[in-house]
Structure formats: C-alpha cells, structure tokens
Write a protein that binds this ligand. Structure first.
Ligand code: IVH
Length: 679
C-alpha cells in the first residue's frame, strides 16, 4: 500500500496548484465583473472555472479554505441572463435536523391553529429552484431563484426540457401563473455522463446539483438540450384569478395541466404518519433516480398559510426534515500525512472514490495519531465514511469483518513527508511536529499561503503555484522576503509576463498598508485568528506595545484568557519572530494602527452607492474616489441596501438589477450635482 504514496502526493500537489490557480483566476474575474464592471470572459467560461474548483475541492476537502470563492459564489447575477423579478419572493425552508425538531415545528403549528392539521409530505429534491411563468396558458418565462427576489432569465434553456410544456393542457387557463419547481440531473444519467467525461479525460461534475445548475446556466441552449435534465413542480408562487383551497388541489391542477408533479407526494393527517413517511424515505431515498436530501412537510390548507405567515426567510407552514448524515463504505487505500504551516503533521485517509452526501469523496481527515489508533483504521480496510452538508468528510470506523487477516495497525511515519526531518511528539501533546522550521518546504509554502490569505495580508496573485516557485528558486525564505522581490527575479518564473509581474508586485506592495489586525493574523501567532486580532489591535494599537505587554497586561483585555496571553508572550520572546518583525518593519510594512476612523462627512455621508458603465467627466477610479470623498461607501453590487446607482454609458446588468429592486438610478449629471460639483 505504501508504494502509492508518491502518486498520492503528486496528485495532491497537482490539485493544490490547480485549486490555487483557479481561485486566483476566479477572484480576478470577480474583480473585473463586480468592481470594474468589465467582464473579460463569458458567464459560461466563468461557470466552468467555478465548477472545476468545486469538483477539486470535493475530491480534496483538505484544500478547502473558508475564503475560497466557492464559499461565496452562488448568487452571482449574470450579465448573460437578464434579471427577472419574481411576482412573489422565492423563499427558502426552515430545516428540522431531528425528530425532536420536527415535533417542535408541529407543536408550533398546533399552538397557532389549535389542532394538528392535514399535511402533505414531499421529497425534497436536491437540484436548482426555478420559477415558470405561464400567461394565458403559454410558457413565457423561466427564471432561476437568484437572491429570492430577482433571478436570471433562463427561458430558452428551460424550453429544452422535455417534460416542460410550452402550453398548458387547460382550455381556460389562468391569466398569469408562476409555478415553482426544482430542476434536477437524473442520477443514472449523472453517473453515465461523468464516466463518459472521465473516459475522455475531461473534468467531472462534483455532484448532480452542480451538474443541474451548470447545465441550466448555459449560454447555448443547445448545450442544455444535450443534458437530460428533469423537473418536478412543487407548488404555485403566484396565481391570478383562481380560488383554491388546498396545496394538494394546486398540485392536482398542475398535474392535469400537463406539468410534471412528483408521484411520491403523500398526504399525512397525523404526526405519526409524517414521522413514518420521513423514516420511509430515509431507507428508500436511493431508490429514486434523483437526489433527495430530506422531506418537505407542508400544511395542506391554503387559508392556514396566510394565518401562519412567514419569517423573513421561510414560511411557517412548511418545514424541511433533513436526513441524518449519509454513510457509505469504501476502501481506505492509504493513510498519508501532511505537514502544515506550524509544523503540525496531520494524517488523512486516501479513499477509493465514493459518492456520499452529494459529492465524490477521495480523502478524509484523520486528525492525529491517537484518533487513528482509537478508531483502529488500517490501510486496506473497508471503512464507513460520512459527510453531512458542507462538512468535511470523516472516516467513522472500519468494518472489522471485512478486514484482511494480514492487515497490520498503522504507524505514524518517523520522518516529515516534505523535508525528511525526524518528527517529534512532545509528552502530553496530541500532534507530531516537524521541527525543521524555516527549512521545510511544506511549512514554508503553507506559511506563505497563510500570510497572503484574505484575512491576513490579502495578497492577490500569490497562490500555491507561485509560492512554490519562489521557494524553490530561493527567492523567498520567509514572508518578509516578498517585499524585496524585483521584476527581474519574477521574470525568471515560468508563465510570468509583464502584466502578471506588475499584478503581483502591486499586490505585494499594497499589502504593506493593511490594518494591524491583518498583520497579527498573518504572523501566525497561535490562537490569534481574525476576531482575537481585532481585539488585540484595539487594545494595543502598535505592534511594539503588544510585544512589550506582560501576560498580565494581555489578560486584562476582555476576551483574552491565559492561553492566548501565554501564546502571544511566547511568540514575541522568540528571537526568530523578533527578527521577522524587524525585517517586515524595514520593508515598510505598517505595524501600527492608523488614526481611528472618523464618522464619514460630506454631501453623501452614510449613503451606499454603486457605479456602473462608463462616465464622461471622470474615470471609474475618480468616480469612486469622489463618492468616498463625499462620505459614501461604494459597493460593487446592487442590493436593497443600495441608496442609488450611477448609470453611465453601456451599463452592465447592475442597472437592470437596480430597476428590478426599485433602487434609484441616476445619470452622471445628477451624480455630479449630488457631489456638489454641479448646480
Ligand atoms: S417548497 C416557500 N417543496 O428547497 C417554500 N421546496 O430550502 C417553497 N425544494 O429553494 C419551497 N424540493 O428549491 C419545496 N418539494 C419541495 C422541494 C423544495 C426541493 C427546494 C426549493 C427551495 C429549497 C428550500
């Protein structure tokens, strides 16, 4: 089994480089799109980048970071698809993660209505929500959910779905009707599509939900048409001129009108029946050809929907009962280890790929040596793997009956997988560490990457690939060396041209002026994350004051306990850390807080402004600076919190979105007037 190690290492390293490159590119295109309003690539190309990143993160969960664009994208409104305002908001559902939570929901309904009422139980399809507008029986528009109020127009793509009727089978159709449903990727087709993609050496879809979303948001309807998307309609968002009594009646009507309504929808008149239906789905969920992640329980009587009302996010008349984390078995091929930024060496399981919790999992974290021993997982074992929602997959336990008689307990490697140094485990500590600080490639790379991350010094264009090259060529040994890099040195790196060199040097130089809290995070002091760093920067607005503070002085700060105080003192006591700080200061990195921010003043004080399109009298940067100078905050995308949008020539979709949201739009002359520059 151990001979797999170099291969696994190679795959991981390759994935890491690619993940970083993708993140850099996605952030760059987000910047072009949101800040400059000048996208360089089409939405389909952008989606392809995000999809590839999602797929790699699903395969290598240890590469997932909280600041990855995959944690942020989703609601990105498209320039490609026109915005559509839904007639009624597309809400989400509250979740119940246990029988107790489901019971609590039922009790709330009982309390509000006076008795338990008839409900309907429906599978919760894990796909993409759509709203379908029919006018006088004709399908006129289909939209994605978007932010719930404004979605994207995907009419042409939806028309390629075989099960979606262009005309209703109703001789007397309603004037306007908005049907709500879920588009999904059939599981049988998903497997087939992915194995075909794999055979051609192309990128795979991470899960059926992504496959559905990616297929629907295609520039070319012909591409959507080539994907076998399915649809289940689960309700009405809006209906003009019809009296209806129950949700079941609505579903019957939709079915009769020729829309696809899931045949698995069942009435449940008692709480006991609801529980039975949920339990039934837990064991039968894999028998249908679409992914389901729970059961939606809905009050049937529509009059009660109004009576029960909704929170800002979800109706009170429905609840989504979510299944417990899914478990699957697979073979554990190898237990590998990785050396992190602090020298901590963590084991992880390399698994035969297994589809669990909606993604294909190939690795799972194993925390530390004791955890491996406690679970007694061994290389070659068949193991139970679990994944719940966004949570990183874990190995639950081995299946002892399936263990080969010659299997042996796993032993922690004696040497660092990156630099070969003998590992140490201090008495009382759970972790093995690589003591070769400064000389271990893996530690240095992780440290550089941490230093550049968005919570720390936020250096764009410095990903794993670039970091590795800088280290390998000896151009950088620690983060302070970044500030002495020259254009000539960067020109030696493969793939670096004038523009990328300028981008990186600008990003590095821009990082010198980050707030003190960011520097404190970047230094990697144990226990000092974003929040603690802000608390510390508030109490000690210069790094030398923090350095000179005694543990008692540190502990007198609210939220700073003895562990953190000791960790900080210890960090500043070490000569190598003091040297690093001096080096950073010499490089011109700001080590003190600038003057405290004053409340904004000026004609636009406290307003939130978005600027789109090209202005005549000033460049975009000037327009932004003018707004900020007038006390406004300039946002990159339109929301209901936007006060007004300045619309120049050839505006992007932000102008449409503003109109759809009812946000004020003004032209350049009016903008100049509000800035006080024109009367
Ligand atoms: S009803 C106002 N029924 O789940 C509530 N939603 O978390 C409207 N979903 O965005 C939702 N299957 O896309 C409903 N049978 C079903 C569903 C379902 C899947 C999705 C829907 C919604 C999300 C809510």
């Amino acid at each position: 089994m151990t001979q797999l190690s170099p291969e696994v290492e190679r795959r991981l390293a390759a994935a890491k480089l690619r993940v970083e490159e993708l993140r850099d590119r996605i952030r760059y295109h987000d910047y072009r799109y949101y800040v400059l309003d000048k996208p360089e690539i089409s939405d389909a190309e952008y989606d392809a980048l995000v999809r590839e990143l999602e797929s790699l993160e699903a395969q290598f969960p240890e590469l997932v970071t909280p600041d990855s664009p995959t944690r942020q994208v989703g609601g990105r409104p498209s320039t490609l698809f026109a915005p559509v305002r839904h007639r009624a908001p597309m809400m989400s559902l509250d979740n119940a993660f246990s029988r107790e939570e489901l019971l609590a929901w039922a009790r709330r309904v009982e309390r509000a209505v006076g008795r338990f009422v008839d409900t309907v139980c429906e599978p919760k399809i894990d796909g993409l929500a759509v709203s379908l507008t029919y006018e006088r029986g004709r399908f006129v528009r289909g939209a994605t959910r978007g932010d719930g109020l404004v979605g994207e127009d995907v009419t042409a793509n939806l028309l390629t779905l075989r099960s979606l009727p262009a005309r209703l089978r109703d001789p007397d159709p309603p004037a306007v009707m908005e049907v709500r449903g879920e588009v999904y990727f059939p599981l049988s087709e998903f497997e087939r599509q992915n194995s075909a993609l794999g055979a051609r050496g192309q990128r795979l879809f991470a899960n059926p939900r992504n496959a559905a979303a990616g297929s629907l948001r295609q520039k070319e309807p012909a591409v959507t048409a080539s994907r076998p998307l399915g649809l289940w309609c689960y309700g009405l968002g809006y209906l003009e001129g019809r009296g209806r009594a129950t949700h079941s009646e609505d579903l019957d009507y939709l079915r009769r009108a020729g829309l696809p309504v899931n045949p698995e929808v069942r009435p449940a008149a008692t709480l006991d029946e609801v529980f039975r239906r949920c339990a039934w789905w837990e064991t039968h969920r894999h028998e249908v050809d679409y992914e389901i992640d729970g059961v939606v329980v809905k009050v049937d009587e529509l009059a009660l929907h109004d009576e029960l009302g909704a929170t800002s996010k979800a109706p009170r008349w429905a609840i989504a009962y979510k299944f417990p984390p899914e478990e699957r078995t697979t073979r554990l091929m190898q237990i590998a280890v990785h050396t992190g930024r602090t020298g901590r060496v963590t084991p992880f399981a390399v698994l035969e790929p297994v589809h669990v919790g909606g993604v294909t999992v190939t690795t799972a974290g194993l925390h530390n040596e004791d955890e491996v021993r406690r679970k007694d997982v061994r290389e070659g074992d068949i193991v139970v793997v679990r994944r719940a929602g966004e949570v990183i997959p874990e190995v639950v336990a081995p299946v002892p009956e399936k263990r080969s008689p010659d299997s042996r307990p796993w032993h922690f490697p004696e040497h660092c997988p990156s630099c070969g140094t003998r590992l140490v485990r201090a008495p009382g500590e759970a972790d093995w560490r690589c003591p070769n600080r400064g000389g271990c490639r893996s530690q240095s790379l992780e440290w550089l990457f941490h230093y550049a991350s968005s919570d720390a010094m936020d250096i764009d264009h410095l990903g794993y690939a670039t970091g590795l090259q800088l280290l390998e060529r000896g151009l950088v040994q620690d983060p302070a060396d970044l500030y002495s890099l020259t254009a000539e040195q960067l020109a030696q790196l493969p793939g670096f041209r004038e523009r990328s060199i300028a981008n990186l040097l600008n990003a590095i130089s821009g990082s010198k002026h980050r707030p003190l809290a960011n520097l404190l995070v970047a230094l990697g002091i144990p226990h000092v994350g974003g929040h603690v760093a802000r608390v510390l920067a508030g109490a000690f607005p210069a790094i030398d004051r923090l350095r000179d503070a005694s543990p008692d002085q540190l502990r007198s700060v609210e939220e700073i306990g003895p562990t953190i105080a000791e960790a900080i003192s210890d960090w500043f006591r070490r000569p190598e850390n003091r040297q690093l700080l001096e080096k950073l200061e010499r490089a011109g990195v700001r080590t003190r807080e600038s003057a405290p921010a004053r409340a904004p003043e000026g004609p636009l004080a406290g307003r939130t402004v978005v600027i789109t399109g090209t202005l005549e009298a000033m460049s975009r940067e000037e327009a932004i600076r003018a707004a900020e100078g007038a006390g406004a905050r300039v946002a990159s995308s339109v929301s209901r919190r936007t006060d007004f949008v300045v619309v120049g020539a050839q505006p992007g979709s932000k102008a449409d979105k503003a109109r759809a949201l009812g946000v004020e739009t003004i032209d350049e002359r009016e903008y100049l007037r509000r800035l006080g520059r024109l009367h």
